[in-house]
Design a binder for this molecule. Structure first.
Ligand code: BJW
Ligand code: ZN
Length: 248
């Protein structure tokens, strides 16, 4: 089925209250100066994911993995939410039933003011003890190269989900339920290749949702979408919100 790129038509659908779910990825934070993972300038072009984002890599070379996370934490600490993050806050405010599922670990959705938010891959601002499993918020940037747990002395790790690791069970259930009950699902700035996140959109579609993608380029999900908009999320989403507002 060919998809539409008519923002007004998508805005028209939301004139009637709908259960809205949004799935975001690294593309949403790109305009805040945070590199994406894949594609030109993506993090994976310089580092192999299996070297950095797996439990095996951390067991083998925790210094290297922490070095990467110290660098990213410093970069993200300087970043501010962009118009795409703000547009999603505005969409939440006008939607009676709204859930934002993000793969991003940077915390920018929360900083922008999103509240009905599930960070399915965790947060770069939390650490977890590899021994006692305690999770704590840690925003200091001057951590030692290999930070240790203040309670038990165990090695700390970023509280994020690496390849081969299970998503937090509660978040996974909440995200799956939201996806399966969505009437409209917006998929923004994700390459839609990492599971299970990419499948949330397909489950929503299978359960009858209208699927709309906002991305610089087509993804494996595009052919399943009812709407596909190509461009910068920071321009497309505010334009979409403006279309909604002009219909009030
Ligand atoms: C713009 C833009 C602009 C740019 N405007 N757009 C089934 C089949 C095959 C494999 C698997 C499977 N199930 C599980 C797997 C394995 C694996 C997986 O998916 N592998 C695939 C790569 C093949 N999945 C897992 O391992 C997951 N775990 C799991 O399933 O566990 C099962 C299990 C059960 C029980 C016990 C044990 C295990 C976990 C996945 C964790 C992913 N982790 C990372 C790192 C997080 C921490 C960190 O950030 O440091 O998450 S990897 C990385 O990819 C990160 C991201 O969240 C994730 C997705 O990337 P994203 O967000 O899509 O970014 P990009 O860069 O890929 O795309 C950016 C997009 O934006 C592009 O499309 C651009 O065009 C666009 N863009 N600028 C609009 N301005
Ligand atoms: Zn501990």
């Amino acid at each position: 089925m060919p998809h539409s790129s008519d923002l007004q038509a998508l805005a028209g659908l939301l004139q009637i209250p709908q259960r809205v779910v949004v799935l975001t990825g690294a593309g949403v934070s790109h305009e805040s100066g945070i590199p994406t993972f894949r594609g030109s300038g993506g993090l994976w072009r310089h580092y192999r994911p299996e070297d950095l984002a797996t439990p095996q890599a951390f067991a083998r070379e925790p210094e290297l993995v922490w070095e990467w996370y110290h660098w990213r934490r410093t970069l993200i600490a300087q970043a501010r939410p962009n118009p795409a993050h703000h547009a999603l806050v505005a969409l939440e405010a006008r939607s009676p039933d709204f859930t934002l599922l993000t793969q991003n670990v940077d915390g920018l959705h929360a900083l922008a003011g999103s509240r009905r938010l599930i960070e399915i891959h965790g947060s770069i601002w939390e650490v977890r003890c590899t021994v006692c499993q305690a999770v704590t918020v840690e925003r200091r940037l001057d951590l030692p190269p290999l930070p240790r747990c203040p309670s038990c002395g165990g090695l700390l790790r970023p509280n994020v989900v690496w390849f081969g690791e299970a998503l937090d069970a509660e978040r996974l259930v909440a995200a799956s339920e939201a996806a399966q009950h969505a009437q409209v699902m917006l998929v923004v700035g994700t390459s839609a290749v990492v599971q299970p996140a990419a499948s949330f959109a397909l489950w929503a579609k299978r359960a009858g949702a209208c699927l709309a993608e906002f991305n610089l380029e087509p993804t494996p999900l595009t052919r399943h979408c009812d709407f596909a908009f190509h461009g910068q999320a920071g321009e497309l989403l505010p334009a979409f919100l403006a279309s909604l507002a002009s219909r009030l």
